[in-house]
Design a binder for this molecule. Structure first.
Ligand code: FAD
Length: 398
């Protein structure tokens, strides 16, 4: 890197003299001159110049990383109290596709204490290998413990990519690991792919309030890391004939490595709606007009054996709790049937439900954008249409 003064452009305004923290610029014949003994190439002079008369040439920073030493795709297999999170199965399905495109092994990284039973499950859902860290101090999730163990494993085994579910734990863990390893992380991806020519991970996520999709790459650092929202990827069918390797790894962890002591795990007393795994979702929006409208929505959801979803407008109005919200800042769902009642179909709502197998929209405005993604559209007042649907569903059940 070096600094050059373009003499023909310099006006002798002395702004760069004032800006230089190292007293490395002086005036000669009305023009700025650099004293290279003092100059540190910090670029402060370039930033201060109003006449584009200072040029700072920067060398591209070399990471010194041998990218070819990194191989394989890893999925963080998140378990809580010995039960594997559904999202981990979805990530295995996606990880399988990525690993196959790269022609490499797919590994599930499982941390916990005596959760051996999960290993086979991970193989049945797509993993070639389970890297199993079994340790008393990993029984409950702690940021310190999990970060240390996974960062150590990555340094030792060098995977080229690692994907983590954007759950509460995943959102805490993945950035810690990325920062420790000095690599990049794309949060909340909705699509992953491989650039087969360059063999890099293409990480796509909504940006600018969901108005564009940005594809982000990590070309110079490893591993390439991404978190993926629950409900976005598709899990594979369980295949009990699949065979894989369970590799128990030695865990170097002691109590001093963990600054938090988990005394007790208390489950939330509140019943949280499970939108992610639901097959039928009936969602209500601002078109309900009042919170009581959700009673009707629930009646239809119950008749179908499904659950209640909502738009953000209904959540913001205080008509229903946030755990029902579908969309960019809510849950991403892919049920067999999604019924949108009184929802206009803003892009942020569509981002969370447009992968549903069948979408039915009820809206009194024939031009509502929701109809552009609907398989069946009913133009009408939801307070007339929904009771008719409930009656028909009940009849079918009799
Ligand atoms: P409206 O847009 O007001 O639509 C109401 C609809 O009801 C209208 O189409 C109307 O014709 C219809 N209607 C009215 N009365 C009746 C009736 N009696 N019968 C039938 N139809 C009727 N939104 C989400 O949903 N999820 C998100 O996760 C989300 N995240 C966001 C993130 C960001 C960064 C931003 C900026 C916005 C986000 N939003 C999200 C908000 C989103 O932009 C919309 O404002 C919201 O989805 C609108 O909700 P709605 O469709 O219920 O209300």
């Amino acid at each position: 890197m070096s600094v050059t003064i373009l003499k023909d452009k310099c006006r002798g305004c002395r702004l760069c003299l004032k800006a230089c923290p190292f007293d490395a610029i002086k005036m000669e014949d009305g023009k700025a001159v650099i004293n290279y003994d003092k100059c540190t190439n910090c670029g402060a002079c370039e930033a201060s110049c109003r006449f584009e008369s200072i040029l700072v040439e920067r060398e591209e920073k070399k990471t010194g990383i041998d990218l070819s030493a990194y191989k394989g795709v890893w999925v963080f297999a998140e378990q809580r109290l010995g039960k594997l999170m559904f999202t981990s199965l979805e990530l295995l399905g996606e990880g399988r596709k990525l690993a196959d495109k790269l022609g490499v092994e797919l590994s599930a990284v499982l941390l916990g204490y005596e959760v051996d039973g999960i290993c086979e499950e991970l193989i049945h859902f797509g993993a070639d290998r389970v890297i199993y860290a079994n340790h008393r101090l990993l029984q409950n999730y702690t940021t310190d413990g999990y970060t240390k163990v996974i960062a150590d494993l990555i340094n030792e085994k060098r995977p080229e990519a690692m994907i983590v579910g954007a759950t509460n734990i995943g959102r805490d863990l993945a950035p810690r690991i990325a920062a420790r390893l000095n690599t990049g992380l794309t949060a909340d991806c909705t699509k992953l792919d491989i650039d087969e020519e360059q063999r890099i991970l293409l990480q796509t996520r909504p940006a600018f309030g969901g108005n564009i999709m940005a594809t982000i790459v990590t070309p110079k650092h490893r591993p390439q890391m991404a978190t993926v929202r629950p409900g976005v990827m598709k899990k594979l069918e369980m295949d009990k004939s699949r065979k894989g390797i369970v590799e128990s790894v030695k865990v170097k962890l002691n109590e001093d490595d963990i600054r938090v002591n988990v005394e007790e795990v208390v489950k939330s007393a509140k019943q949280i709606v499970n939108l992610i795994e639901a097959q039928y979702i009936v969602s209500g929006g601002r078109g309900l007009g009042n919170p009581e409208g959700f009673k009707l929505i629930k009646e239809l959801a119950d008749a179908l054996g499904g659950v209640v979803g909502s738009s953000r407008a209904a959540v913001d109005a205080g008509w229903i709790s946030h755990d029902h919200q579908v969309g960019q800042t809510g849950k991403t769902v892919r049920p067999k049937v999604y019924i949108a009642c009184g929802i206009s179909g803003a892009i942020q709502h569509l981002a969370g439900m447009q992968s549903s197998d069948c979408i039915i929209a009820i809206n009194k405005n024939p031009d509502a954008p929701i109809f552009s993604v609907a398989d069946y559209g009913i133009v009408g007042d939801l307070y007339k249409v929904v009771p008719m649907l409930i009656e028909e569903v009940k009849k079918l059940k009799e």
